[in-house]
Design a binder for this molecule. Sequence first.
Ligand code: 26Q
Length: 903
Amino acid sequence: MTCELTSTPNPLLTELPPLGMDAANLALDFRQYFHHTLGRDQHGTPPHCFYTALAMTLRDRLVERWKATDAAYAASQCKRTYYLSLEFLMGRALSNAMLNLGVTDSTSEALGKLGLLMEEVAEEEHDAGLGNGGLGRLAACFLDSCATLQLPVTGYGIRYEYGMFRQHIEDGYQVEEPDHWLRNGNPWELERPEYTQRIQFGGRCDYYHDTDKKMRVRWVDSRDVLAVPYDIPVPGYQNGTVNTLRLWKAAATDEFDLNEFNAGSYTEAVAAKNAAEHISMVLYPNDASENGKELRLRQQYFLASASLQDVLFQWTRDHGDDFSQFSDRVCFQLNDTHPTCSVAELMRLLMDDYGLEWAPAWRIVSRTMAYTNHTLLPEALEKWPVRMFRSLLPRLMDIIFEINTGFLNEVSRRWPGDVARRARMSIIEEGPEPQVRMAYLAVVAGFSVNGVAELHSELLQQDLFSDFYQLWPHKFNNKTNGVTQRRWLASSNPALSELISDTIGEAWVTDLQQLRKLIPFSGNAEFRAKWRAVKQDNKLRLAALVQADCGVAFDVDAMFDVQVKRIHEYKRQLLNILHVIHLYDRIKRGDTADWTPRCVLIGGKAAPGYAMAKSIIKLACNVARVVNSDPACDGLLKMAYLPNYRVTAMEVVSPGTDLSEQISTAGKEASGTGNMKFMINGALTIGTLDGANIEIREEAGEDNFFLFGLTAAEVEAHRRGYNPQAVIAADPDLRRVMQLLESGHFNPSEPGIFDGIIRSLTVYGDYWMIVADFSSYVEAQRQAAAAFRDEERWTRMSIINSATSGKFSSDRTIQEYNSEIWHLTPIAANGHGKSATPDYETRHDRFPHPCPPPTHPYPNLPLEGEGTIALPPASGGKLEGGTGEGDAGSLREFQVDRLGEGA
Ligand code: 26Q
């Protein structure tokens, strides 16, 4: 039961005076929380209490704006997007909240008065590591951009009790440890038990005729689980907007206990409760699908069903059971296939719970679902055995068969008699163990299918989804990824941010293309000196981290050469390690003329079951040990393996990096987003023509990028008749590297442990083309080293990289999602929660490319002669502004002149 406080003016509901944003008010609230809420004093206070008191102080300010934002969205009846994702890799929230509220300085002052150091308090926060890597962090960057653009977008995910495991390195081996990130509580979340949903599993379908003699379906005899929402505020940048990330926790139903209890078994009742709560217990730590794990399918359906029921609950509260406007007002963005159960679940809810017929339900589903693909790797494409699917989700399985029947009929109409094509395109893969192909389900149902970089989207159309592209070319589009500059520059690199703002103003914080204004300053020696000084400071910070976590001393005058990302064969950390061995070999042979001292840092987690990835970690650690303990390498080469790489580590790593390693086999990395974080912070990239690297190089100019390796097309062509052993034999550098490896030089007391790696490069045919790309990589590394020795040249290139990184803001990405897929109108949360900066109502002037009012919600979708679709009310002047005034377009020509100068 909920309380309805609707009677006569009730003082409980009248608005409170706005909370003060100055140091005095913040300090007062902090003390209040410290003493009264947390009940602490001078004796033995655990350090996390200081953090909690501060988080609560800031959260109050967020909640003010949160409620105002909710009210503004409700009042405008605007269209909304729901971003469905099994992962949200949020990292820490504290400094982001301060930045976006505009209270970083006043908070620091307040804490200072209380004898506390902000940096120390902030260190107490655990990362919210509810994601594996790129896909999860992308979701977090997108939420930040949506709030900053004042778009009504809600994230839906799972509140995992245990996020991404913590990684230790013991004797060079990865050791996983559970990440109990909620141990000290989570001050940012708000439990909302009043919006609990019920989720069904198992049981069977009961087909019956209703009172109108219509055939209906009931899902009966199911084992149910409750989904309890926890809301997390997502603040926009100093604009009064706070959006919501709603995370679901699994809980047992009451009758769960009761049934078992009545059967006389208390312990079984508790065990059953446990089983229910397992669903949200742990994030799967694989960033390629772990096929066939039933618990993972449970998680996926749990998220889909809870979120859709929640959306439909809100819809019917506002519109009754009139769904005629639903697809004009609602969009679901599926973050990869993981939430694709949503397609069938929305059909089920509309038909079985709300009484719609198949055709109108399908019309709604196929106009509201949009799908983003994040991988081309065949092993990462999700498939579920029909048998498992049917026993866990019987009603959904029936619906998927029905969708497939309708779809295959369409295929037959388009390609009569083409049986092979029907089998190829079927959502159900036939075979001894038939499987549901989740990506095909998403493509069939979605009105939009996008890849995450130009090359990737192109390959989706030409390769993975080519049959579907022929059938429905209008569905396919590209949305090149981006990252939020608020976290990845403003917050994580304060010194560079200050230098940039002092030089070109602060507008880059919400309009990253403004960085182009830095291009002319690359020619200014004084500015270059300042840029270098900032980089040196950031390298000191990174060196301190490496010293603390790896026990290796990095010299800040050396080139910091960094590769941090998940460990995967296709990302080719092995190629990087082979290059280090090559440098070591050169040192040992005395080939050190014109040497550039280098510190190589590798970091990242391996999926616990991925043996080859774990061997690669071990090899990196062993090579590091040999290099670092050989006096011949002193002052020339150092190497370290950074344990437990995560969002918070990247906040120190990217500002302190000189050279960013983006060296995947061409055609395999969908986009990459680490590459963008490094570029924004002024690192130069050594990379292949893969993912977003291609676009990074286009923006920076080819002279400011160290390119090597086969292209995606060449990789495929190369496979025919490729003989890596012949290539090794013909390359003396690589031959010596392989000899060192094979001789056991890096594993004298652990014979044979790298045989798997060696064989993968030789007798198993080098699938990832490491041998094929080796010499070209070494040459690009030589060029990078030579460029680094000329510090003025390197600084110029560094500035140009940062200055031309504007495209890689997630603000741009989200503007594109919005103008081409979602068609949302920005809504300002005016007049409610006050912002620290008074000008937030006109903040849209900051965006150079406002979303135009939609002319047609789905510009590419042919309508079936049913007239135009009603649009949400246009937003007055809100869409105006940013016509290019103050934009840096004219600097492009300047750049063309300057690029290459001195290069
Ligand atoms: C699926 C089923 C069962 C268990 C696990 C999974 C699973 C989980 C995570 C599959 C894939 C992922 C994550 C994929 C990922 O992070 N992909 C990356 O997405 C980035 C954002 O678009 C891209 O930049 C990267 O290129 C891409 O590898």
